[in-house]
Design a protein around this ligand. Sequence first.
Ligand code: ACO
Length: 436
Amino acid sequence: MPSNTLTVTDNRTNHTYTLPIEDGTVRSMDFRQIKTGAEDFGLMTYDPAFVNTASCRSSITFIDGERGILEYRGYPIEALAEHCNFLEVAYLLLFGELPNEAQLKDWRTEITHHTMLHETTRKFLDGFHYNAHPMSMLVSTVAALSTVYPEARKVHDPANRLLQVKRLIAKMPTLAAMANRYNVGLPYVYPDNDLSYAENFMNMLWKMVEPKYAANPVLARALDILFILHADHEQNCSTNAMRSVGSSDADPYLSVAAAAAALSGPLHGGANEQVLKMLDEIGSKDNVPAYIRRIKEGHGKLMGFGHRVYKNFDPRAKIIKWTAEKVFEVTGRNPRLDIALELERIALEDEYFISRKLYPNVDFYSGIIYQAMGFKPEFFTVLFAIPRTVGWLAQWQEMHADADLKIARPRQIYTGERKREFIPMEARKAAGAMKA
Ligand code: ACO
């Protein structure tokens, strides 16, 4: 018997099966042969929320959640955050290697070339309610780009796919900045192609009447680092949405809209907005113990804490804490930092959080930096979506090149009734109707 196999005995039939183990994984479809008889559908595996199911093979991002390791294409996140700029990391994620000087220059020119929006998209923005949530605006406008680029549907044409990838990376900051300007009632600012990716974004957000916007270099670098940290995170909820929707051959604008919609939820990228609301609700350091007590009694969650994969620490949270110090030297210290530090201190000593392996995640400190830089909490998840677009697209590209690609279509365990006798209208009772 080869050692890289799994032997399974079905006690219903006393049959024994030998299943191959590859990369520490068995294929769910290998269980289908396990049946009680010809009429039996065969064994399935049940894994709500994909807690222990690999949905793809990927060579983009590696995470060791027990040891707090995050690598993009094999490079530690700490080294990339220290030495690279965001577009360099985007190139790495998409093409697998760090660009040399000439490649980076070309790549930057390519992205810069696509930062403008078609005027119909700008007019589309004008139709939103005055206080529309910027994340909802971003999801809708990125989907609307699909109407501007109908050729994007040719997802089996690699050159066409790459063109849309460049457009999306270039246009997300423009869409995001315009959503923000719309919210605050300021005229839109068009891209300035002399500036770096982060500086241009700041220009489109904050330029007033000055002829040329000059970003504070410390803040621009901090934003660039935050973009690097958020660029990819393997098969999380939004990336899974990107792959799932993309697997039907939907175009990348619609797939990114679906991924961004998944990101907006408070349990995922929307957590950074919720952290700030939570810190405001706590109000002062003295109220922290009572707040933690309430959480332990089951009243809500400590936002920015816990992670499906990291069970030790989130390496991004460490870099963000360091970045925060640099930002505060320019902006002054955000008073919410003291509440956050106290929350972290008490939670990390508390048996409830220790036993459940709950640690601060990337969202715990990012919002405090964003707020110090002048962003409103409603905008925080948009700041996450801009860099994560690169990860979604790298995963989408990888998926389209994968020989194992099939439309995503999970199975279910049906728990409802069967073969009921039809009841005519006059004989129906009200019981059961409109139940939540
Ligand atoms: N505060 C208090 N208790 C928590 C928290 C939290 N933040 N997170 C998990 N728990 C508890 C759960 O109630 C559960 O307790 P139980 O065993 O007594 O029932 C236990 O810890 C295990 O938690 P699960 O919900 O099973 O963990 P899961 O992996 O499904 O969820 C998640 C991970 C969604 C991130 C969760 O920790 C959470 O909701 N955190 C707060 C929201 C947040 O910060 N999200 C951002 C995540 S990072 C990102 O997406 C970019």
